[in-house]
Write a protein that binds this ligand. Sequence first.
Ligand code: THU
Length: 132
Amino acid sequence: MDYKKLAKSAIDARENAYVPYSKFKVGAAVVTEDGSIYTGCNIENASYGATNCAERTAIFKAVSEGHRKIKAIAIVGDMTTNTYPCGICRQVIAEFATEDIQIILVKNEDSYIIKTMEEILPGAFTKEDLFK
Ligand code: THU
């Protein structure tokens, strides 16, 4: 996994963030099972609840292009700290995550930490719980 390249993709995607309300830009880049990369940014709305986070933008782009498994996701927020995905995004990541997904919390191109799904959403509710 080229972490630096992925971090750069997320940082570049962050530039397109539409954030007139929070001014908090977020970028994300996902890697699908076949190695394709999809990026996303947060897209806010005057009706605040209609806002879409960067992670979900990237994941939904990949899924809408036919992908079903994500083996990595890089996320970058204010670039001074490691930004963690929100609760809704953690659930959406879990839906499409490979067993060994790498969740890369990017501070900048040269600084990131890597988390597992279990670390960020222990005991996740998944389709296995629905269809037992
Ligand atoms: N945001 C994301 O895009 N991803 C997260 O995981 C955290 C929050 C966005 C939503 C909103 O546009 C802004 O950050 C402030 O909450």
